[in-house]
Ligand binder design. Structure first.
Ligand code: ZN
Length: 485
């Protein structure tokens, strides 16, 4: 009986562990060939401003007196850039938000299980693909992209967020610290030959992470004066940085700018869930390679689409794990460039699909392997060949829409292979439970029918287990299955 009890316990541990194995697995694959567009990019450098926790409506609305809250950004929208609303995904937290923006994928749930601070799985990002990246802001965000993959071309500058007096009275210091340090950095670059030549390279990125708005929102709520005034502080800072950079680079017209946010915030100062106040973020872009002035609403724009946009602007390979779709409507470039960039995007996502399929094929017995039917090898080749010939015949629009079709198929296929085992494993677990429960039930009935002996201790334990497993094992399985698939 003891042996049986131990065996039962073991089975439960295995089943419990299977929850993590089935649902908390990383969608990321490795070993793809980098893809980039073989045409000169419009920008030499990119400046990314992320105003942490800034809601789209707060930025775009007029204040009580009918004046813009962010006059500089407003002016960009009216005369110099493209703008829209970007959609962030749940969980609307800083880490997955920045990963989507800079690496182009939606962080897997395994990151939740393994802690947010460290990189649970290595991933490629725009920062990694750049020649050099300089970043300023919160250490929690910056280190995420600086670690791992040959990070010696990534420079981070952070304040000591732990120190008590830093920003204790006025959290806009989190933003002004960044602006001041960027200005000092460029001042120093003028007198430092090696730094000067580095900041004059191509394919470089400056990333300014601005945490003040988020912190004010948590402390005072987004409806507060503090939150709204902080938007003005950020707007002033961006204005100064932009003019400083234009001066530094002698107005060469080779700088592209992006201003966005990693997530929004509810009226009561929280984020993490899927309310529109949390998921809708502002997106404003201007400078080299960007169309103006226009509101881009033709396509639904997700935060992961920012990564391929930034990569195409400075001409670096699209981040390898990116699932973002290049928003071509934002580009001020030739139709050839747009078509070639879209082709690069399609190839880059198709690469992931192919690696994922090979992995699954190798891990599955040949008789049980059912390939993703919508995108067979011959179909891939067909689409690629057709897209290439469209580009050759200067039918660029046709090429773009064909590449988009390929991207959608490849993304569907990626999710098909990612969830491939879920149904099979789920059925296995359910069958295992049913078998185990029936056996335990049989034991109980047997002992109950033997009235002279009464109910034994072990049987009581089994009864308890039966009740427990319904609550702690079968229910979460069922729930997760419906939630995630
Ligand atoms: Zn955030």
């Amino acid at each position: 009986m003891l042996l049986f009890f131990i065996l039962g316990l073991l089975v439960h541990f295995v089943f419990f562990g299977s929850i993590f194995d089935i649902y908390f697995t990383s969608p990321l694959v490795h070993g793809m060939t980098p893809q980039f567009t073989p045409l000169p990019p419009p920008a030499k450098r990119l400046v990314l401003f992320v105003a942490d926790g800034l809601r789209a409506d707060t930025l775009y609305e007029l204040d009580e007196n009918g004046n813009p809250r962010a006059p500089f950004i407003r002016n960009i929208i009216m005369h110099e850039g493209s703008w829209g609303i970007s959609h962030t995904r749940v969980p609307t937290e800083s880490r997955p938000g920045h990963v989507a923006l800079i690496a182009g994928f939606y962080e897997d749930v395994s990151a939740v299980a393994k802690g947010w601070k460290e990189n649970p799985v290595g991933f490629d990002s725009l920062v990694n693909e750049s020649k050099y990246t300089w970043s300023w802001g919160s250490p929690d965000i910056l280190t995420m992209f600086a670690k791992g993959v040959g990070g010696d071309h990534i420079y981070t500058y952070s304040y000591d967020a732990e120190s008590e007096d830093f920003g204790a009275h006025d959290v806009t210091k989190l933003d002004t610290w960044v602006f001041d340090n960027v200005k000092e950095f460029f001042h120093a670059a003028r007198n430092n030959r090696s730094l000067f030549s580095k900041v004059n390279e191509e394919k470089i990125v400056f990333f300014l992470h601005l945490l003040g708005i988020d912190t004010n929102g948590h402390a005072h709520r987004p409806t507060s004066r503090e939150y709204k005034d902080n938007v003005k502080v950020v707007d002033d800072g961006i204005k100064e940085i932009v003019s400083m950079l234009e001066h530094f680079y002698g107005n060469d017209g080779k700088t592209a700018f992006i201003f966005t946010s990693d997530h929004g915030m509810t009226d009561w100062g929280f984020h993490g869930a899927g309310h529109p106040s949390e998921t809708l973020t502002p997106f404003v872009t201007w400078g080299a390679g960007i169309k103006y002035p226009q509101k881009v609403s033709a396509q639904k724009f997700d935060d992961a689409d920012v990564a391929p946009l930034m990569a195409s602007l400075i001409g670096v390979p699209f981040p390898l794990n990116s699932v973002g779709i290049l928003p071509v409507d934002y580009l001020n470039n030739t139709d050839l460039f747009k078509a070639e960039s879209m082709f690069t995007n399609a190839m880059q996502i198709l690469e992931q699909f192919k690696v994922k399929m090979t992995q699954k094929k190798e891990a599955t017995l040949p008789v049980f392997f059912t390939p993703f039917k919508l995108l067979s090898e011959s179909k891939q080749l067909n689409i690629l060949r057709k897209a290439r010939s469209y580009i050759k015949q200067r039918k660029y629009d046709e090429a773009v829409s064909l590449c988009k079709e390929l991207i959608h198929l490849a993304l569907k296929g990626l999710s098909y292979y990612h969830t491939y085992d879920r149904f099979f494993l789920g059925i296995n677990v359910v069958l295992g439970f049913v078998g185990w429960t029936s056996y335990a039930a049989l034991l109980i009935i047997k002992s109950h029918s033997n009235l002279t002996r009464g109910v034994s201790k072990e049987v009581k334990v089994f009864q308890m287990l039966l009740a427990l497993e319904l609550n702690i094992l079968i229910l979460p399985h069922a729930l997760l299955y419906f939630l995630i698939t």
